[in-house]
Design a protein around this ligand. Structure first.
Ligand code: C5P
Length: 227
């Protein structure tokens, strides 16, 4: 089943504290952004990649695409203030397709089997997102004090990719825009329409490169994969 993917890549990476877009940092001598792009470049079901970028980084990214032979990128629209705006900017630039995936450019370890399961589930049910079960005991805290221990059995940590029928995500984004609602993922926007969103169990390897420690995990994952 074919799909196109939206990769928001226009963040500032403040929590990484690298003084530059964290996606340009190297893992095993290759930029994080390229690791992520290569997964989709080599997936024959992926028919197009849309990359939301900062205007001042567009030229540099275009140079990387050439250097690493990433040929599936169909457009590099301007990203926005928040991640949701960056995704929306790509959706507005795209032609309608049946299935669209949204994937953080900062998650380079996503694998083809998980992508395929998400695309299949989105085709059948409309919306499906990757997640893993919470490992730790989870508590709600207010002003430094526990207010509730939450039942862990029902808690999942949500990742990307998030896969949707294109029209459903478009409708959800328009609805959120009208209402001035800002979510931390696309599933929230679809949930607000009252549409069910399904979970596809992913792996703990699919980490987002967010802080410095994540780079150490990242190097370790690559080492193990290359063995
Ligand atoms: O900051 P965080 O790691 O949660 O961002 C997730 C992804 O969204 C990253 O790939 C980042 O580049 C992207 N992003 C974006 N536009 C923003 C903020 C984040 O494209 N305004």
């Amino acid at each position: 089943m074919q799909y196109e993917v939206v990769l928001p890549a226009a963040g500032s990476g403040k929590r990484m504290g690298a003084g530059q877009n964290k996606l340009f940092l190297q893992l095993n001598e290759k930029p994080i952004l390229i690791h992520t792009l290569e997964v989709f470049q080599s997936d024959e079901d992926c028919t197009g990649i849309w990359l939301a970028v900062k205007p001042e980084e567009r030229e540099y990214i275009q140079g990387l695409l050439e250097r690493y032979h990433i040929t599936k990128v169909k457009g590099l629209p301007n990203g926005g203030q928040e991640r949701q705006h960056s995704v929306q900017s790509c959706m507005k630039a795209m032609q309608q397709v049946e299935i669209v995936l949204v994937h953080d450019a900062a998650r380079p370890f996503i694998t083809k089997p998980i992508i395929s399961r998400l695309v299949g589930a989105a085709q059948e049910k409309g919306a499906a997102i990757a997640g893993v079960r919470a490992k730790d005991t989870m508590k709600k805290v207010r002003d430094g004090v526990i207010v509730e221990t939450v039942d862990r059995e029902s808690l999942w940590m949500i990742q990307t990719p998030q896969a949707f029928r294109f029209k459903l995500l478009q409708q959800a984004e328009n609805h959120a825009e009208e209402q001035g609602f800002l979510g931390t993922d696309e599933a929230m926007l679809v949930e607000r329409l009252g549409h069910q969103v399904h979970i596809v169990e992913s792996t703990y390897e699919n980490v987002k490169m967010t802080t410095k420690e994540d780079l150490i995990f990242g190097e370790a994952i690559l080492r193990q994969r290359n063995n």
